[in-house]
Design a protein around this ligand. Structure first.
Ligand code: PEP
Ligand code: CO
Length: 392
């Protein structure tokens, strides 16, 4: 197999949200290391997941995609992976029981180490610091040194991902006997130095693979049609996702579908709608109509989390379960009203017991008890189960 990615379209295109490595002396060495590394996933694995997602697109299965907003490098060991997979299992089993269909399990796991951010700096205790961008880029600790982007973190991300992926591979073999599907890996394909460094081309089949994960997605902040992230995922054979927010117009969405699913292959493209509870009823129907009339056999997925983030009175970010329920139920009403199958849910869920989101009977004052997230507030498994119960 050819080890170097072919010179490709995305290299000359603009890209949002890229780390400023500030001419770090090891940047070039890291890029070389990634280009020569073994891919972390295989063509065959990506193809198997693509077939599973095709079943979802065709209405014969559903999918749960869940995990941390931002994974920690310090949670790549077996005990953490076991707890995270157990959380996904619990949610998938719940959805399977309610929906009466098999449920594909996908984690936000084994590579969710980079975060897009709305501002480049923040003020903490009166000190202005670069924001935390995920462990692939910097460290959340409140210090100038910790927040400095370090390209060596891309190599650490590779190794942390590899450790988790070998665990997931063993679990998939064991799960197949019990009839469960997955667990597969996914993350937002954000840092192009890392993602492009792990593209592998197979000259025999002529296909390219994004070797960093089974199921990459493009975030709401980097889905510009003529930019690098879309071109990169258009060029690889993995099943891919794209977040769709409330400001998306139907033509832009059709452009994304044409770029990412030109051959109209069921399971190739998952649209992950994250509209916000107040926007979904107005913004979703024209988007659904456009995709349906263009004939793209997409997976229709709801992310009820990212359009519903708020600041609690104490200043921390939180989400109210009632808002999430309202959005996911309206999503189901609109998609089914258009005669399409609701593929599933995309959720930020913690494996441990946290107090980051406000439950239907909870209040904000409890949020400080166990607020542990590196980025966005996550549901507990119990809260996520309630959301599934209320949706299906
Ligand atoms: C995320 O999934 O953590 C995220 C940043 O989502 P979005 O791109 O939808 O804002
Ligand atoms: Co998030």
């Amino acid at each position: 197999m050819r080890r170097d990615p072919l010179p490709s379209a995305w290299e000359s295109l603009p890209a949002q949200q890229q780390p400023e490595w500030d001419a770090h002396p090891l940047h070039a060495a890291v890029l070389g290391r990634l280009r020569n590394a073994a891919p972390l996933v295989t063509h065959a694995e990506a193809a198997t997941l693509g077939q599973g997602l095709a079943e979802v697109a065709l209405g014969r299965a559903r999918v749960v995609q869940a995990g941390d907003c931002a994974e920690s490098f310090y949670e790549s060991g077996a005990a953490h992976t076991a707890a995270k997979v157990a959380a996904i299992d619990a949610l998938a089993d719940r959805m399977a029981a309610l929906a009466g269909q098999s449920v594909l399990r996908i984690g936000r796991i084994a590579g969710q180490y980079a975060k897009p951010r709305s501002a480049p700096v923040e003020v903490v205790d009166g000190v202005k610091l670069p924001v935390f961008r995920g462990h692939m880029v910097n460290q959340e600790t409140v210090s100038e040194l910790a927040r400095r982007p370090d390209p060596r973190r891309m190599v650490w991300a590779y190794h942390a991902s590899a450790e988790i992926l070998s665990d997931l591979r063993a679990r998939r073999r064991a799960a197949a006997d019990g009839g469960r599907l997955g667990p597969w890996s996914s993350h937002e394909a954000l840092v192009l130095d890392y993602e492009a460094g792990l593209v592998r081309h197979d000259p025999v089949s002529g296909r390219s693979l994004l070797g960093s994960t089974h199921f990459p997605w493009i975030g709401e902040r980097t889905r510009q049609l003529d930019h690098a992230h879309v071109a990169l995922l258009a060029a690889v054979g993995n099943p891919v996702g794209c977040k769709i927010g409330p400001s998306t117009d139907p033509d832009t969405l059709l452009g994304l579908c044409a770029a990412l699913d030109p051959d109209r292959v069921p399971g190739r493209l998952t649209l992950i709608f994250r509209m916000g509870r107040d926007m979904v009823a107005g913004a979703l129907p024209p988007l659904v109509r456009a995709v349906v009339s263009a004939g793209h056999p997409v997976v229709w997925m709801s992310d009820p989390m990212h359009g519903n983030t708020r600041r609690a009175a104490g200043g921390v970010k939180t989400r109210y379960l009632a808002d999430l329920v309202a959005e996911s139920r309206e999503f189901r009403r609109v998609v089914e009203g258009a005669g399409r199958h609701v593929g599933g849910l995309h959720l930020e869920v913690a494996a441990e017991h946290v107090t980051e989101c406000v439950g239907r009977h909870g209040d904000e004052s409890a949020l400080t008890e166990r607020y542990r997230t590196l980025c966005d507030p996550r549901l507990t498994v119990e809260q996520a189960s309630e959301l599934i119960d209320a949706t299906f």
